[in-house]
Write a protein that binds this ligand. Structure first.
Ligand SMILES: NC(=O)c1ccc[n+]([C@@H]2O[C@H](COP(=O)([O-])OP(=O)(O)OC[C@H]3O[C@@H](n4cnc5c(N)ncnc54)[C@H](OP(=O)(O)O)[C@@H]3O)[C@@H](O)[C@H]2O)c1
Length: 268
């Protein structure tokens, strides 16, 4: 199926690793150009080189930006405007990894605020800064990467839950707000995804528990109630992103597309 986004420009916050990087690869495969935003230059450079090596025709550019810093995001937006002019697709994938497993109820105010500042407020900062560049002829697409922790109660994920629930709400709010400008706003809601960090986390947790990675993962998937019995590959989440970013999804807005192997079937 031709997604109709060849020659589009896609900006991906948090595009240097994990789901953002996989989304970049999926959009490139459809002929789009991609701009990756993230803080760490070495990772950005490596990912840009890796994505260029895939040999797709669209340009791949990495720009250092911190979504918790308004000025940094606005500088990035100006650079994007100079290099690309218009932006058709904006994917919001920047988020905090789980930092600690102690009870989040008793974290300091600053730690709570820091988590919300990246995913929730960071999403708004990026959308606000890129809004002037977003296509308003009907091709404009925003795809937020939410998470099932916003729909269910996931142990150790209080701030993740707040962030994801806020993002799912903002998706609907902004769908209404931006509809008159022809911009659709949707969310992809992953469950457990085999990102680079998650693979490392699983191996470390298995080691601590004295189990093999496979044993630990099987037990973890069963505890979460993943009906399909496996975690998602990042590319499987990215396919959903590419679809919602595409011209094929022009009549879909305000939707949260759950890509969780069935976790929420049990929990909702
Ligand atoms: N992996 C999962 O199982 C899973 C499940 C459900 C939902 N999600 C959600 O999916 C999104 C992506 O997760 P992921 O697992 O792919 O994460 P990841 O591999 O940790 O990637 C996070 C990306 O965000 C960037 N980033 C972090 N803080 C930033 C900041 N302040 N400014 C700019 N960029 C920043 C990171 O680069 P730098 O650190 O260099 O800035 C990186 O590019 C997150 O919102 C997460 O909550 C993930």
């Amino acid at each position: 199926m031709d997604l109709g986004i060849a020659s589009s420009t896609a900006v991906i916050s948090g595009g240097s690793t994990g789901i953002g990087k996989a989304a970049a690869a999926a959009l490139l495969a459809e002929g789009a150009g991609v701009v990756l935003l993230a803080r760490t230059k070495t990772t950005l450079d490596e990912t840009v080189a890796e994505l260029r090596a895939l040999g797709h025709p669209g340009p791949v550019v990495g720009i250092q930006a911190d979504v918790t810093d308004r000025a940094s995001v606005e500088v990035a937006a100006r650079q994007i405007e100079l290099e690309f002019g218009r932006v058709q697709i904006l994917v919001i994938a920047a988020g905090h990894r789980m930092r600690r497993l102690d009870r989040q109820l008793f974290w300091d105010d600053g730690d709570w605020a820091a988590d919300l500042d990246v995913k929730t407020v960071g999403m708004l900062r990026v959308i606000r800064a890129l809004h002037p560049l977003l296509d308003k002829t009907g091709a404009g697409r925003i795809v937020n990467i939410g998470g099932v922790a916003g729909e269910t109660v996931w142990e150790g994920a209080l701030t993740h839950g707040l962030n994801n629930a806020a993002m799912h709400h903002a998706t609907r709010y902004l769908a209404r707000d931006l509809a008159p400008e022809g911009i659709t706003v949707n969310a992809v809601v992953p469950g457990l995804v085999a990102t680079e960090w998650r693979v490392g986390w699983t191996a470390a947790a298995a080691g601590k528990a004295g189990k093999t990675t496979e044993e630990f993962l099987d037990a973890y998937l069963a505890k979460l109630g993943v009906l399909l019995g496996r975690w998602a590959e990042s590319a499987e989440v990215a396919e959903a992103v590419a679809f919602l970013a595409s011209q094929r999804a022009g009549y879909i807005t305000g939707t949260s597309l759950i890509v969780d192997g069935g976790i929420t079937v049990n929990a909702l």
